[in-house]
Design a binder for this molecule. Sequence first.
Ligand code: TPP
Length: 122
Amino acid sequence: MPSVATGANLANRELTYIGISGDGDTASIGLGQFAHVVRRNLNMTYIVENNGCYGLTKGQDSATMDTGAKNKKGDINLYSPIDLARLAIEIGATFVGRSFSGDKQQLVPLIKAAISHRGFAC
Ligand SMILES: Cc1ncc(C[n+]2csc(CCOP(=O)(O)OP(=O)(O)O)c2C)c(N)n1
């Protein structure tokens, strides 16, 4: 998703770019891509739907899963989690927010603010 958003941004800077990704894709498989769209301050809103696991491939722990948490199979996670919001701030994101999908009152204005931000928002 970050590669496609980068290419599309080069072709047309006038559009509003919103990308949705998972925590597996963002904190593991696509961590390099995430870091570099933050670093380049790509004009987009990058939303991570963080459920702590690889939902599509049967619920294995992702890199954001809490230490000591039990996955679907009953395995305990031994590793410390990557905090994506903290990482984004550390590498220079100009807008970072975190909310809960069950809290629309907080989430809707947060996403609106992220979309109206010029530059990278996640
Ligand atoms: C490069 C690559 N490696 C592995 C996969 C297999 N794969 C598909 S979805 C997925 C996990 C996605 O987890 P997450 O991003 O947290 O999304 P969720 O399914 O929880 O919504 C994996 C490993 C893939 N699609 N691409």
